[in-house]
Write a protein that binds this ligand. Structure first.
Ligand code: PAF
Length: 286
């Protein structure tokens, strides 16, 4: 059976109040819909962690950088509800736009500092403000105890963790492993926008990342590894590679060689679709 869909905040609050009165814990999985196996793995983790699980679906206009990208974002509410049915989700919150941004809405949540100044930050101005704002609202509206996010959006995970901590929102943010296609391609709602052929070519991103990470861990210098990866991506049919960066996993500052813990993060365009990915980089063993 598909879970009930609520679209108005008072209805959501009535339900969560009922759960609270019964002493139940609540998990939320915030999404923009177009659910895939990555989202479903978050739902499974949420089910293990809390008595009640809700999934939110809201295509948040404030985090898009162009009207075309917003218009093209896949919207598949019925299919999403069907995919969630086997998981026994307790409710799906699909807020009407005015439940998030009512008339006269004027507040922005902006996470500053090193984690938003790099990578996605300069390439997607305002994106993390949009994410932090909507996620703060979803945390407050759902009053969940735990929230589940994919590590595929690693920088986003850091931003929402920082935001919840800074604003004293009593929620635990949990990051779950990226789910991948057999080819290594990270699952993403944006993959739906790629042709079969482009999907096959897109696997080169993760392959290049794994190769560069392994060589960096073995002690090779980073700049030639990055140059070789960019070359391999161009040959595989990628357009612009916006960044292909070896970073400190905690601060996102640049690293010359993997110190602990390190992360390799990349963004690149395939057939007009912007793909991002990141992997852990094993540290050097001296
Ligand atoms: O990762 C996403 O799907 C979105 O950025 C999120 C966290 C649901 C906020 O709109």
């Amino acid at each position: 059976m598909t879970a009930p869909i609520l679209r108005r905040l008072p209805d959501l609050r009535a339900k969560t109040a009922e759960w609270r009165r019964a002493g139940e814990t609540i998990a939320v999985v915030p999404t923009m819909g177009a659910l895939h196996a990555g989202h479903l793995s978050l739902v499974a983790a949420a089910k293990d962690a809390c008595d009640r699980v809700m999934v939110t679906i809201f295509v948040n206009p404030r985090q898009f950088n162009s009207p075309e990208d917003l218009a093209n974002y896949p919207r598949t509410e019925h299919e999403d509800a069907d995919k969630l049915a086997p998981f026994g989700v307790d409710l799906i919150y699909v807020p009407d736009p005015d439940q998030i941004y009512p008339d006269g809405y004027a507040t922005n949540v902006s996470v500053g500092g090193s984690i938003t100044e790099v990578m996605e930050g300069p390439f997607r101005p305002g994106h993390f403000d949009g994410v932090a704002t909507v996620v703060a609202k979803l945390f407050l509206q759902t009053s969940a105890d735990k929230a589940f996010f994919g590590q595929k959006d690693y920088q986003q995970l850091m931003v929402v963790t920082r935001m919840a901590r800074d604003l004293d929102i009593p929620i635990r943010v949990i990051g779950c492993e990226t789910v991948r296609e057999a080819s290594g391609l990270a699952m993403s709602s944006r993959n739906l926008l790629l042709s079969e052929r482009a999907l096959a070519k897109a696997a080169a991103l993760n392959a290049a990342m794994r190769e560069a990470a392994a060589k960096a861990s073995a002690g090779e210098a980073w700049p030639p590894l990055e140059a070789a990866a960019r070359q391999a991506l161009a040959e595989a049919g990628f357009g612009d590679v916006e960044y292909f960066d070896l970073r400190c996993a905690e601060t996102l500052q640049a690293l010359g060689t993997p110190s602990k813990p390190a992360r390799l993060l990349a963004a690149a365009w395939m057939d007009g679709v912007r793909l991002i990915d990141n992997i852990e980089v094993p540290q050097l063993n001296f």
